[in-house]
Design a protein around this ligand. Structure first.
Ligand SMILES: [Zn+2]
Length: 251
């Protein structure tokens, strides 16, 4: 009976996972970027987080020695979405309405949300950036594809201003229904990108995530970077072992 219940529970969790990857991560076990629950301890905090320690295809990584892959084939069909900003205690996340898609090498994924890390989680040739944007997508099979955009210091970005203006308190969501945003405004002009197979960079560190990281960064202002750091000084997992994984460069 207990086993049966557990199975049903496991299936329920699994289904949740397919609908919303964040649902798994939010199952009550605390994890942080510092202190006793820092990234080196994540795998020990819960059985559900075992991959954080045991996984061999973890993210982020230092991107170097990329080999030439197929020509760049990434296509964005992003639509405007009402602004919904979530402060989940780990990052600032913008939830996206259904109907925005990216097609990567012929595979179509839907945009679920985007969020930010400081400093960047990925390194490119040993170099970190002040921040990194992750656009999280999922296909009909539940597979995840993340598009990563390095953020450097430069001129003010109007969309970032709009998002920062509506950051709620931790654990809260601010819905700005009368304000439409378009995540396409956060993409660089040049579409060359690196790709590799990795994982979620937060617990449960699940693998099978398709990573696609633009070579060209976008810019936001110094003040905008500092405003984020006021809320999250560090929310980046350190780089993980590459373990012979191949990084391809598509240009
Ligand atoms: Zn992320």
């Amino acid at each position: 009976m207990i086993i049966k219940f557990f199975l049903v529970f496991a299936i329920a969790i699994n289904t949740l996972w397919l609908i919303n990857p964040a649902a798994v991560a939010s199952t009550n076990v605390q994890w942080r970027y510092g202190g006793t629950e820092n990234p080196t301890q994540w795998g020990k905090l819960s059985e559900d987080f075992a991959m954080c320690e045991l996984g061999k295809s973890q993210s982020p990584i230092n991107i170097s020695n990329a080999i030439a892959g197929k020509p760049e084939n990434i296509d964005f069909d992003y639509q405007p979405s009402p602004l919904v900003v979530i402060n989940n205690g780990h990052t600032i996340q913008v939830k996206y309405e259904k109907g925005s898609k990216v097609t990567i090498d012929g595979k179509k994924y839907e945009l679920l949300q985007f969020h930010f890390h400081t400093p960047s989680e990925h390194y490119i040739n040993g170099q970190a950036s002040p921040m990194e944007l992750h656009l999280v997508h999922q296909n009909a099979l539940g597979q995840l594809a993340v598009v990563g955009v390095m953020i450097k210091q430069g001129t003010l970005n109007p969309l970032i201003s709009e998002v920062w203006k509506h950051i709620p308190n931790v654990g809260e969501t601010s819905e700005v229904a009368d304000r439409l945003i378009n995540a396409a405004d956060l993409l660089p002009e040049q579409k060359s990108y690196f790709s590799y197979d990795g994982s979620l960079t937060t617990p449960p560190c699940s693998e099978g995530v398709s990573w696609n990281i633009f070579v060209e960064p976008i810019a936001i202002s110094k003040e905008q970077i500092e405003a984020f750091e006021q809320i999250y000084q560090v929310d980046a997992r350190p780089v993980q072992a590459t373990n012979n994984r191949v990084v391809e460069l598509h240009r």
